[in-house]
Design a protein around this ligand. Structure first.
Ligand code: GTP
Ligand code: MG
Length: 346
């Protein structure tokens, strides 16, 4: 899964990227920066303490810090270059400068409307072409979906806010439409605004009441500074600002939510590991996240929820005798935070 950090120039994108990747990561201020970011998970830490494996692996999401999108005619080429690179991403984090600006809501509106117009252009051009073509069944669906998109865009609604079937999504996937991507608006505030965080967030949710859209109000520069500290220093620092935890974790949580991802765990002496999968996948498909051989040769999945496993002090023997360890078949829908062991045969 790949998430783009985007927004206007000088909004704090690279600073956010630094806060996400933590210490010692060399960043470039001219080119794009790419890094996998560990999805912090207390459960993995506990499982690792129990199994003492050779290797502990957190799930990761790839973040890419892009150059700012310039406005103005003279920069059109550069602007188009950056925009077209966004098409390949699964979700967007759009950083909004609220540390120098008070009317940052206007910036959100302008940014959103810009992308709406760009999408509208793609959709209208494609619809025109389809009109001249002989339509197969697939293309009829594509045309119908694009017409639905055009109607939404005409009324300034981002496409991610529409209810879509899997078929409609598939039929229009190749266009990489901007407003179809789940979006986290990251409102980059100054330290003085920390006490107003939840108020700002609430107001934005109300004003931009779209599906697949989240808001996080975060003092990015402060978070970057926190991310460079040791664990002990962090605690002291956070309490001096009356903060409970690093706000940056909220960015990861919201990203997971937008990407519609759940996590499952595999445990053993060799490795304790967290894996991401799309919500609602069945056991056989989930097995494929580890290896295609396991999916192909799937026999069964032994499953226990993290909470149940913890309740028997992480003992498989006790879990079994209490009937907490279940054997599930290929069509079982794996839930968030389950420990899974796959039986397979290749
Ligand atoms: N006071 C203050 N300054 C900030 C904050 N966030 C970023 N800055 C400063 O703003 C400047 C730009 O930050 P960057 O993170 O490089 O912004 P960017 O969006 O990556 O900029 P481009 O890549 O050039 O588009 C830097 O000097 C940062 O230190 C903030 O929350 N408060
Ligand atoms: Mg930058």
């Amino acid at each position: 899964m790949k998430v783009a950090i985007t927004g206007l120039p000088q909004s704090g994108k690279t600073t956010l990227f630094k806060a996400l990747v933590g210490k010692d990561f060399p960043v470039s201020f001219e080119k794009e920066n790419i890094s996998d970011v560990k999805v912090f998970d207390q459960n993995i830490i506990e499982l690792s303490n129990v199994f003492k494996p050779k290797k502990t692996t957190f799930a990761t999401v790839t973040f890419v810090d892009l150059p700012g999108i310039p406005s103005g005619v003279e920069q059109a080429k550069r602007r188009n270059e950056i925009l077209s690179s966004i098409r390949q991403f699964d979700a967007l984090i759009t950083v909004i400068d609220a540390f120098t600006k008070d009317d940052f809501e206007t910036d959100i509106k302008i940014f959103e409307n810009d992308l709406i117009l760009l999408d509208l252009d793609v959709v209208e051009k494609r619809l025109e072409r389809l009109q001249k073509e002989k339509l197969t069944q697939d293309k009829v669906l594509e045309q119908k979906t694009l017409q639905k998109f055009k109607d939404a865009l005409d009324s300034e609604t981002p496409l991610r806010s529409l209810e879509l079937t899997d078929e409609e999504r598939l039929a229009t996937k190749s266009f990489g439409l901007f407003t179809l991507k789940p979006t986290l608006y990251l409102i980059n505030i100054s330290e003085e605004k920390i006490p107003q965080r939840s108020k700002i967030e609430e107001a934005l949710r109300k004003k931009f009441n779209y599906k697949n859209t989240e808001f996080a109000v975060i003092p990015v520069l402060l978070e970057k500074e926190i991310s460079q500290l040791t664990e002990d220093e962090k605690k002291e620092f956070l309490s001096s600002y009356n903060l409970e935890k690093e706000a940056i974790n909220e960015v990861l949580e919201l990203t997971m939510k937008l990407l519609n991802l759940d996590v499952f765990y595999t445990v053993g002496e060799d490795e304790v590991r967290a894996w991401l999968f799309e919500k609602g996948l069945n056991a056989k498909k989930v097995a494929g996240k580890i290896h295609s051989d396991i999916e192909r040769g799937f026999i069964a999945a032994e499953v226990i929820s993290y909470e149940d496993f913890k309740s028997v002090n992480f003992s498989f023997k006790d879990a079994k005798s209490k009937g907490l360890l279940r054997i599930e078949g290929a069509n079982y829908i794996v839930k968030d935070k389950e420990i899974v062991h796959f039986r397979f045969n290749v």
